[in-house]
Design a protein around this ligand. Structure first.
Ligand code: ATP
Ligand code: MG
Length: 404
């Protein structure tokens, strides 16, 4: 097969391939960008594979960075762009079902394509548009099939992460796992226990964010891979319930975690340790926790100004958007507008502060300050009083008088 019109990302990188070829080596575009081009989807990163060894690539290009030279990868800076150029390699010596630490460089494209995970990812594209398809990846793309290159059992033994990659491609592409590949994933699912959480998490999040999430969640349960995902061992049923939710793609990672946690029915106090087990960042944990609490608050009743203020714009809009998975009407833009219209958005915007109170009221500093400010804040947000100094001071006096 020959592509007649290459996407501009390939056209821009074609001179690199020509230069490598002029020096007597082979060079091809490989990996996801070739697959996505054939699928008519936009491409992100252009990867190049070559028979030239890293030192030979560095001799050809003046501006390079060693980013993974022990794995054969050199970053070449070319005009405004940069390209990863990786020497053909085999990964014969696998230990512990993980990526090998050492790779052997080879001069044969076939050897390089053989070690790739799925046939649809084992295509090579020449600079003139000709596609080299040694493992029938084109037919599998046509038939929407995910098939391991070579013997699936061996391939998942070499690197167990490939099983999670397979499931995430189900979600991203809507393809079906070929029978033997599926059976081998099921048979080897426990090998995921050898894979670092960080690597599993990258694939799992991509799985949740794919357009065919529901299909992939079912496959995750069917193959029992979920058992080796942090904190999910007891939640097969929850994952299947999640797979029955409306097939609307999730907007971002935070939304994905909230929807999952909600289906699991986790208590808000359990969110942190669950996400810690996944090694999520503290930032991510904070966002998910707040948005989840906002969702639970919304389910308890309509939004009100205090709840909007308390959880903030991001969490409340996200929670509102998630109502669509409850088949509830929802309108995040309206919530955003309502939030903007709150009289204040943080305590800093309140027209009085602790210092004002100490100056006006004859009491020494103490816990009463915070209590009074919180009461004043609530009164402003619920529009009982305007956010003006005089009105606020009067409110505080009355509050303290009532309290005695
Ligand atoms: P994406 O579009 O998400 O980048 P991708 O297929 O390009 O998907 P990458 O992780 O960028 O995935 O890897 C590039 C290529 O390297 C893959 O297409 C595949 O050929 C090969 N590859 C990546 N990870 C593995 C693996 N664990 N085992 C075998 N081959 C792999
Ligand atoms: Mg890629």
């Amino acid at each position: 097969m020959k592509l007649t019109k290459l996407p501009k990302e390939f056209a821009e990188a074609a001179p690199l391939l020509k230069k490598i070829e002029a020096a007597g080596y082979e060079a091809y575009f490989v990996g996801g960008s070739v697959r996505d081009t054939i699928l008519g989807q936009p491409i992100h990163d252009v990867d190049i594979a070559t028979s030239a060894f890293p030192a030979e690539i560095k001799a050809l290009f003046p501006r390079t960075i060693d980013i993974g030279i022990e794995h054969g990868t050199v970053l070449v800076l070319w005009e405004q762009a940069q390209y990863e150029i990786t020497t053909f390699r085999t990964e014969a010596a696998y230990q512990d079902y993980r990526r090998p630490d050492k790779v052997d460089f080879v001069r044969s494209l076939k050897e390089d394509l053989k070690r790739r995970d799925f046939t649809i990812n084992a295509l090579a594209l020449q600079e003139d548009g000709v596609i080299i398809d040694l493992f029938d990846g084109l037919a599998d793309i046509d038939n929407q099939i995910l098939r391991a290159v070579g013997h699936p059992q061996e391939r998942f033994h070499e690197d167990a992460l490939r099983m999670m990659r397979g499931l995430r491609f189900v979600s991203q592409l809507g393809f079906v796992l070929e029978t033997e590949t599926l059976a081998a994933i099921h048979a080897n699912h426990a090998l995921l226990g050898k894979i670092s959480v960080e690597r599993i998490m990258i694939e799992f999040v991509k799985l949740l964010l794919g357009n065919h999430r529901n299909q992939a969640l079912r496959a995750l349960v069917e193959t029992e891979c979920y058992i080796y995902c942090p904190g999910l061992r007891e939640y097969g049923e929850a994952l299947l319930r999640m797979a029955d939710l409306p097939a609307i793609p999730l907007e971002n990672e935070t939304a994905a975690w909230v929807l999952l946690i909600d289906q699991m029915g986790l208590a808000p106090e359990a969110v942190r340790s669950f996400l810690k087990a996944w090694k999520c960042s503290n930032d991510c944990i904070r966002q998910v926790h707040t948005a989840y609490q906002a969702l639970l608050a919304r389910r308890n009743g309509e939004w009100n100004d205090l709840v909007l203020y308390q959880f903030g714009l991001e969490a409340t809009c996200l929670a509102e958007g998630l109502l669509r998975y409850d088949n509830q009407p929802n309108d995040p833009a309206k919530i955003s507008q309502r939030y903007q219209q709150l009289p204040i958005h943080s305590l800093k915007e309140l027209a009085i502060n602790g210092r004002d109170l100490l100056q006006t009221i004859d009491r020494s500093s103490g816990p009463w300050l915070k209590e009074v400010l919180t009461a004043a804040e609530a009164a402003v947000i619920t529009r009982k009083i305007p956010n003006e100094k005089e009105a606020l001071l009067a409110f505080v006096q009355a509050y303290l008088a009532k309290e005695g």
